[in-house]
Design a binder for this molecule. Sequence first.
Ligand SMILES: C[S@@+](CC[C@H](N)C(=O)[O-])C[C@H]1O[C@@H](n2cnc3c(N)ncnc32)[C@H](O)[C@@H]1O
Length: 289
Amino acid sequence: MPEPAPGASQDRHADANAQLGTVGVSRARLDSATSQRASRSWWDADADAYHLTHGEFLGVDSDAGEFVWCPEGLHEGDMHLLGDVEGKAILEVGCGSAPCSRWLASQGARPVGLDLSMGMLARGLAAMERTGNRVSLVQAGAEYLPFANESFDIACSAFGAVPFVADSALLMREVARVLRPGGRWVFAVNHPMRWIFPDDPGEAGLIATISYFDRSPYVEVDAQGTPTYVEHHRTLGDRVREIVAAGLVLEDVVEPDWPEWLDREWGQWSPLRGALFPGTAIFVTAKPL
Ligand SMILES: C[S@@+](CC[C@H](N)C(=O)[O-])C[C@H]1O[C@@H](n2cnc3c(N)ncnc32)[C@H](O)[C@@H]1O
């Protein structure tokens, strides 16, 4: 869920909300096209603030990029969830400014980063310009991937498009389509149980207020009721069913601990909450041979 909602104090999203005229929150069902329109304008408007808050943690401007899976700081260099990446064609879904793709390139992979938002991609282009570590970037929505069948060995996403699309089952099928047999698809999202709590790093964020079973998305709207931000919820069972229905095999669900060294607090993330329940779920899947 976004952090924090409009009107909340410590609003790091003030600029984006002002640009988009966000005035409130609704829980209306949204189709794919409307969700995509809202996400594109949101991430364009919020790209600068996102990078001010998270750019350093994500290694956006480091020479070789970095592959940080989640707010708990898990690094692909330690986790090896993607397996051996050298020489592999890798699709990163919802790459933002593409620090993960750039890190993969530094490890000898052949990544392509896909994202809906030119604002986010432009931040990556600027970093590539500076560092000379370049990867291919594609501006497109994740529900219809503009790639041929079986064109990638691996696909990955670190909090990329998956929580933002209306039809994540379609996204799973699309990723399965573009993967070669034997390929891996590993994606990190908010842990489904986080949905039930308000986005607050403190005590208020420990009290369940929303039904886990309510799949209606969290939507912020402008004065005309046009969505300016959207996030869709899937339960743990929904995610498993969507993976299996796409013909993929689920190998693991990684639920990272909150690390002792991490005292950062922002939005819905904090040591207080991290000590009690997971914030991230990383689904590790494979396409059968
Ligand atoms: C939380 S950011 C994560 C970006 C990057 N993975 C990172 O770790 O910084 C989510 C990204 O997903 C992208 N996104 C949202 N909806 C999308 C969609 N339908 N198709 C493709 N990308 C999308 C946004 O533009 C944004 O760059």
